[in-house]
Design a protein around this ligand. Structure first.
Ligand SMILES: [Zn+2]
Length: 257
């Protein structure tokens, strides 16, 4: 009895690579980032420990923010349960998305090494537009990158993901308490300044101060993004869903706020 060769990845092409849509983007968009469509793909189900028995399952296209959120949370549930399927980073998927991409969600998260966005959502190449900055702090580059994901790559979901025991917010708390604001080197001071409003907002609140600040910061970042002249009309038109979420280091779970 011969042993079938293991499939290299969970997702396989079902369509030719020539599914390039050639959608034109704005002149300011880098050609290497163009949304030129993506081939249809399937995805195998089942635990990674049994890849040979994994059955290919076609993932339906994502058209709404709610669908995108559900897909993210399903992936996170796999991550939490230690049922991660092999990340779609193999040759088939790499080739499939080399000519175009159609990510289904844009996520901004912290730079914390324990919160790798694709891993905690169990997603692979071509799935997510990920922007990371300490404490999800916004600046023009971060905001512009998020706008790019939504407006140019057409993701119907934009998630702001804070996380438990965020060091950036903890550092901001310590800086405020010690009155050391203004004393940080380089760009770190910018981070402290940017994260300060969330810390100030939770002053005097019951509960864990850092955790309160993390959650307040997510809300604050969402509020700032809703001021974007690019994002605001898209949200108003129902083209994108903005959502805040919290990653729990202790459990690996993402909780929608
Ligand atoms: Zn953090």
């Amino acid at each position: 009895m011969s042993i079938p060769p293991p499939p290299s990845r969970r997702r396989f092409l079902t369509n030719a690579l020539g599914a390039t849509l050639g959608a034109s983007l704005g002149a300011v968009v880098l050609s290497s980032c163009q949304d030129t469509g993506t081939p249809s793909a399937t995805r195998s189900s089942g635990p990674s420990s049994q890849p040979n028995n994994a059955a290919a399952v076609v993932e339906p296209p994502i058209t709404t923010g709610d669908q995108a959120l559900q897909r993210l949370l399903e992936g996170n549930a796999r991550f939490v349960a230690n049922r991660n399927e092999a990340i779609d980073e193999g040759v088939e998927r790499r080739v499939a998305v080399s000519k175009g991409q159609q990510p289904f969600a844009t996520v901004i998260g912290c730079v914390d090494s324990r919160v790798p966005i694709e891993l905690i959502f169990d997603r692979g190449l071509g799935d997510l537009v990920v922007v990371r900055s300490a404490g999800e702090a916004l600046d023009d580059s971060v905001t512009g990158s998020l706008e790019f994901g939504v407006a140019e790559l057409h993701t119907p979901l934009l998630m702001v993901l804070g996380h438990q025991r965020c060091g950036a917010l903890d550092a901001t708390i310590k800086a405020m308490d010690s009155h050391r604001t203004g004393a940080h080197p380089g760009g770190i001071e910018y981070l402290v300044d940017t994260l300060t409003p969330a810390v100030q907002q939770v002053a005097g609140q019951p509960g864990d101060r850092l955790d309160n600040a993390v959650r307040a910061n997510v809300t604050h970042v969402l509020g700032e993004l809703r001021k974007s002249p690019v994002l605001a009309p898209l949200e108003k038109a129902g083209k994108v869903k903005l959502v805040g979420a919290y990653y729990e280091l202790d459990t690996g779970k993402v909780i929608v706020l």
